[in-house]
Write a protein that binds this ligand. Structure first.
Ligand code: 26V
Length: 825
């Protein structure tokens, strides 16, 4: 069939040219959205273009699934409770290579692509680094043509929206599905049933074997929603499969409800609660029933799905580990170890040893934090009530495992107690990190330092038992979203200087090193940075009423608010500078804009005070004519993937100032580096490797090392000593305490100042003097524009290691054993 434009239907669904895209948008406006022209909104254009783009991906997606099936390829299954994908439209246009065509098609329809892009409500299905890492890895897996599925949870409400009211954080429910989601395809026919609670029964099967039956109290149905994830410059398009919980009606176990309509409605509500909301959980371990429920729900659906697809492919269950590499993104999905055992032993009737060999061969475990308060454990009574059969299986895994420990380290009962899957000090609990470690053939940390510390601390005993299981996989970020898409100015310059392959071969950026000495190139570099700063300044003005000068040094710290990340150390430096300027008005400082962004967990008292402190300091400084021509402070509300794409490209200085040993890796540090920011940082997480790559002379290093931090803590740390020996620090703390930054209210910040003065668990005061001195070196360096630009270019030039492509190649080669599969159209 041919339309009036001379385009065939095939073209309208799959054509990559302007005319086809234009017709596709027009068709979707009419047939998918259905508003008359008079009622067509900007959002309708967004939605129509999104559907048109999805059509183009659909084609590639189906071919990818068919190719992987035909080639019988091993598939990566990335299990993650969080996928922080960010807006899809811009990224999909980029990866498909049709940005210009889409822009032109919209222009012919009287619309501006940039404005249409802003209509997208981003799916904030993650808290921070861990969820965003999962999203970067999906981008790299597709780009590197590796068969992969991301399995997770379709939260109805993602991470809360942050508003700032009178300097305080307010949390607003994230209604991201309000106006529909053009990117997902509901698969009501792809559904699995998940049991809860009840009890177990023992019986003898036909063959005379003793078996266990789980008699659940409730059954919930999980339905798949698929989002295609398009690789860059290739046809491969993988799947993000998110599970949504629904009630099961008239299920056998709920038969007693027959006739009780109101009870049935209540059951429906309870079932659907499971995937309602993402826990904003960067806060000390929450012992919430529902959270364990979410974890089990998505992991059970995912493993059942893998088994189902395996049998559809006619592959015997014994070959599970040859066809699937399942990665545990932190301990959140580690119940999968037990669930796979249950599915194999109870349901598929494999014998224990066979099932266990498959399980260990299947799973890999990535650890993302060493902070003791963040390590997941579940109280035994709660675990037992929700997952009675799993607790029995854990006991059996543990019995066999501890026998092995005793065989290896005979007489060492202290070691046995330390390694047990069950913690017995205080309230008995299941230790999820131990479960993940025992059930995985590969265990990795996320930066070199972190992986070393993992082997020396949290998983030391496990390292001694199985050293061959441990490795490092330094994190990476996708240069497509965080450079090509976020920084179009720099992208154009890189294309001009290096050709167009760098987004998939970041080592080519090394060729920029020669350009660092070319004055004309440096001028272009600076012009791009300044345009990016102008773009961010406009955004900040629109959202905060604070006006920033794009010629100033942009000093930026954006990340979740945590004491260990030490946003308050940054504030102490700002107040120090402020006081110096007040005391000495003629002081020659480099004018700076201090920019912050980040969410605090709703229940994290100290983090919320830190936000208030930043805003209080900002209010006072920005209004003080004695200083506000040389320094200003801004807090960007609601830091998310969308505004991150404006923020990273605008940075001159990246603040990576966590207490050494506490930040597992960091990935924001990499996004800044890619975009030519210089780092001021401690020897923590991936900062260590960033400094190694860029060279010590191009990195502002300060602060205690991990060993020094541990030494000081062992000897007994007294922050009051730091105050006694540093009068400037004392004055700064007193000023904050006096109410100077809180309109005279001397109460609000007392808890922050007292915490620093009498406890200071993250050694803020111990690093204060070194930090301030290092910031003076930054200021001096900024004065030499040409050399700063040189260093900026070298940062980008040497950032290749931090591409998620490098990280994913390492996972594929060293842990998953998954090969590329070329997809043809
Ligand atoms: C952190 C904390 C810190 C304070 C108290 C409780 C608590 C609970 C959870 C967490 C987050 C743990 C998992 C996580 O998100 N880790 C992050 O993973 C990133 C990707 O590997 C990595 O770059 C970050 O350094 C790491 O914090």
């Amino acid at each position: 069939p041919v339309t009036t434009t001379g385009l065939t239907d095939v073209d309208v669904r799959s054509g990559m040219q302007v005319a086809a895209l234009k017709q596709a948008v027009t068709d979707h406006l009419r047939y998918s959205i259905g508003h008359p022209p008079v009622a067509t909104t900007l959002h309708d254009y967004y939605y129509a273009l999104a559907l048109a783009v999805r059509d183009r991906m659909q084609h590639r997606w189906l071919n990818t699934l068919q190719t992987n099936f035909d080639l019988k390829r091993k598939i990566v299954c990335y299990l993650s409770a969080e996928f922080l994908m960010g807006p899809h439209l811009g990224n999909n246009l980029l990866n498909l290579g049709i940005e210009q065509e889409a822009r032109a098609a919209l222009a012919e329809l009287g619309q501006d692509l940039d404005i249409v892009l802003e209509c997208e409500e981003e799916p904030g299905l993650g808290n921070g680094g861990l969820g965003r890492l999962a999203a970067c890895y999906l981008d790299s897996l597709a780009t590197l043509q590796r068969p992969a599925v991301g399995y997770g949870i379709r939260y109805e409400f993602g991470i809360f929206d942050q508003e700032i009211h009178d300097g305080w954080q307010a949390e607003i429910t994230d209604k991201w599905l309000r106006y529909g989601n053009p990117w997902e395809i509901a698969k009501p026919e792809v559904a699995h049933y998940v049991n809860w609670g009840g009890h177990t029964e023992y019986y003898r099967d036909e063959a005379g074997n003793d078996r266990v039956r789980w008699m659940p109290y409730r059954v919930v149905k999980g339905t798949a929603y698929d989002t295609p994830t398009q690789g860059y410059g290739v046809n491969n398009c993988n799947t993000l499969r998110l599970w949504s919980a629904e009630a099961v009606e008239s299920f056998d176990f709920q038969a007693f409800n027959t006739g009780d309509y109101y009870q049935a409605v209540e059951d429906k509500i309870i079932s659907e609660t499971v995937t309602k909301v993402l826990y904003p959980n960067d806060e000390p371990q929450i012992g919430k029933h529902l959270r364990l429920g979410q974890q089990y729900f998505f992991v059970s659906c995912s493993l059942q799905n893998m088994l189902h697809i395996l049998s559809l492919s006619g592959v015997p269950v014994e070959n599970f580990a040859e066809r699937y590499a399942v990665q545990l993104n932190d301990t959140h999905p580690s119940i999968g170890v037990v669930e796979l055992m249950r599915l194999l032993v109870d349901e598929r009737r494999l014998d224990w040893d066979k099932a266990w060999a498959i399980t260990v061969q299947t799973f890999g475990y990535t650890n993302h934090t060493l902070l003791p308060e963040a390590l997941e454990t579940w109280p035994l009574p709660m675990f037992q009530a929700l997952l009675p059969r799993h607790l029995e299986i854990i006991y059996e895994i543990n019995r066999r495992f501890l026998d092995e420990v005793r065989a290896r380290f005979s007489g060492d009962e202290a070691r046995v107690a330390r390694m047990s899957l069950i913690g017995e000090e205080g309230e008995k609990c299941v230790r999820m990190a131990h479960l993940a470690a025992v059930g995985s053939h590969a265990i990795n940390g996320v930066a070199a330092l972190h992986s070393d510390l993992l082997k020396a601390s949290v998983l030391k005993d496990f390292y001694e038992m199985w050293p061959e299981r441990f490795s490092n996989k330094t994190n990476g970020v996708t240069p497509r979203r965080f450079l090509a898409l976020a920084n179009p100015g720099l992208r154009a310059l890189l294309n001009e200087a290096l050709g167009e392959q760098w987004p998939v071969n970041m080592e080519q950026l090394h060729q920029l090193e020669a350009k660092a000495d070319d004055a004309a190139f440096r001028r272009k570099w600076r012009a791009i940075k300044e345009a990016n700063k102008k773009r961010l300044a406009d955004y900040i003005l629109a959202h905060t009423d604070i006006e920033l000068d794009p010629t100033w040094l942009f000093d930026i710290q954006v990340k979740r608010i945590h004491e260990y990340k030490r946003q308050h150390l940054n504030v102490l430096h700002i107040v120090t500078l402020y006081r110096r300027l007040k005391e000495n008005p003629g002081l020659n400082i480099s004018p700076r804009a201090f920019i912050f962004g980040g969410k605090a967990a709703p229940g994290y008292f100290m983090a919320k005070r830190i936000i208030k402190l930043i805003n209080g300091v900002a209010e006072t400084i920005n209004a003080d004519p004695d200083v506000n021509t040389r320094m200003k402070v801004a807090f960007v509300p609601n830091f998310n993937v969308q505004n991150a794409q404006l923020i990273y490209p605008a940075a001159d200085l990246s603040e990576q100032i966590s207490t050494a040993g506490k930040e597992a890796s960091g990935t924001g540090n990499m996004k800044f580096m890619l975009n030519g920011a210089l780092t001021i940082g401690t020897l923590d997480g991936a900062n260590v490797e960033i400094r190694e790559e860029v060279g010590a002379e191009n990195f502002f290093l300060f602060g205690l090392t991990t060993e020094e931090v541990e030494h000081i803590k062992r000897e007994g740390y007294h922050p009051t000593d730091c105050i006694a020996s540093n009068s400037e620090l004392r004055t700064v703390l007193e000023l904050i305490n006096s109410g100077y930054f809180s309109r005279g209210d001397a109460e609000v910040f007392r808890s922050v100042v007292n915490n620093l003065t009498y406890s200071d668990p993250f050694l803020v005061l111990a690093d204060y003097a070194a930090y301030v001195a290092c910031q003076e070196r930054v200021s001096a360096a900024w004065q030499d524009k040409e050399n700063w630009t040189r260093m900026s270019i070298l940062n980008t030039a040497r950032s290749g290691k931090f591409s998620s492509d490098r990280a994913i190649r390492e996972y594929c080669d060293e842990i998953w054993n998954v090969q590329p599969a070329t997809v043809k159209l």
